[in-house]
Design a protein around this ligand. Structure first.
Ligand SMILES: [Zn+2]
Length: 346
């Protein structure tokens, strides 16, 4: 059959009529291969929009299970997913199949690490960052710059959001802007300061739009700045256009420190103790008093001069001033890293 299925034509008609897409653009979208890293607030909106717009091949990777506190903003999940503790990637793929049976969504339940990131990235035309931590973003930046694959940064916390499109060799990369991630425990997380669904939905909608521009081949309209928005104060800002820095350790000097795992955190199970230790990759000093104030109300917090203890959600986190943490109540390393990101931050 050479004639197009008329139902398929109708399905995407509002998109193909848009001058930036057209029928040729839609064909390219259908052939597109997109990796979505993380399936929380940003990831669920992204998968939803990618599937509805007919992106042909989507891989979604996430290490967590659905929880009730996700449902306020994670738009593919329902109460039954949280009650059953379904892995987010699996729940997203099941929801996607109900929305559009003609696209392929491959769920990967895994932590993205230096061991698997290149294989995941290599099979994609572009990568969408929907993670909740900067360690993984720096790892994605390394892998994408090394392999020459575009990636789109997105982040939302509180009422604020940010996005940046990285085209290796053309635009600035994450390490051009900030050669090293901020010190551990200094960044706000959604568990400590909350997050509005609208901030998440706007940032992920911007990311989706950038992805569609890349898939249809329109590089002239890409976002080449760090976009910043605050939905509560109605503040929307675009920075200066960014260009690659020749001094950048990653895209300038092609040093991939995070891929080589010298700078990423390590996780080890503590045998027989139902506990996992998460160690930051670099020497760092946490202000435990500041962390205690930020975790106030999140759970039961106690401190000594040497450590902070948080009891929340059936787990006990003991955090030391060097950034190391012992997480009791699990031997699941991915869950431990997730809890670390959620409560301690990057
Ligand atoms: Zn760079």
């Amino acid at each position: 059959m050479t004639t197009q299925d008329p139902r398929a034509d109708d399905r995407y008609s509002r998109q193909t009529r848009f001058v930036g897409v057209g029928h040729e653009g839609q064909r390219r979208i259908g052939a597109g291969r997109v990796l979505v890293v993380g399936c929380g607030g940003l990831g669920t909106v992204l998968v939803n929009l990618l599937v509805r717009s007919g992106v042909g091949h989507i891989t979604v990777v996430d290490r967590d299970i659905v929880e009730m506190s996700n449902l306020q903003r994670q738009l593919l999940f329902e109460e039954a997913d949280a009650r059953a503790g379904v892995p987010k990637a699996v729940a997203a793929a099941a929801a996607a199949a109900r929305i559009n049976s003609s696209v392929e969504v491959r769920p990967v339940v895994a932590d993205v690490t230096p061991d698997n990131v290149e294989e995941l990235v290599a099979s994609a035309d572009l990568v969408l960052d929907a993670t909740d931590n900067l360690q993984t973003r720096y790892l994605l930046n390394d892998a994408c710059v090394k392999l020459g694959i575009p990636w789109i940064y997105g982040g939302a916390v509180g009422s604020t959001g940010m996005s940046l499109t990285v085209i290796p060799g053309d635009t600035a990369c994450l390490r051009c802007l900030s050669p090293t991630p901020p010190a551990s425990g200094t960044t706000a997380t959604c568990a400590t300061v909350g997050v509005l669904a609208s901030a998440v939905a706007i940032v992920s909608s911007i990311q989706w739009t950038e992805a569609i521009k890349l898939l249809v081949g329109d590089r002239d309209h890409l976002n080449r700045t760090m976009l910043y928005l605050d939905v509560w104060s109605n503040d929307f800002q675009q920075g200066e256009p960014l260009t690659p820095s020749p001094d950048c350790p990653c895209c300038g000097q092609r040093r991939f420190d995070f891929l080589e795992s010298t700078a990423t955190s390590s996780t080890t199970t503590l045998c027989g103790r139902n506990a996992v230790q998460v160690s930051p990759g670099r020497a760092r000093t946490l202000d435990l008093g500041d962390l205690a104030r930020r975790l106030d109300g999140v759970g039961v917090v106690s401190t000594t001069p040497f450590m902070l203890r948080l009891e929340a959600g059936g787990h006990e986190l003991t955090v030391f001033a060097d950034g190391r943490a012992i997480i009791k109540g699990t031997d699941d390393m991915a869950l431990a890293r997730s809890l670390y990101s959620r409560y301690v931050g990057d």
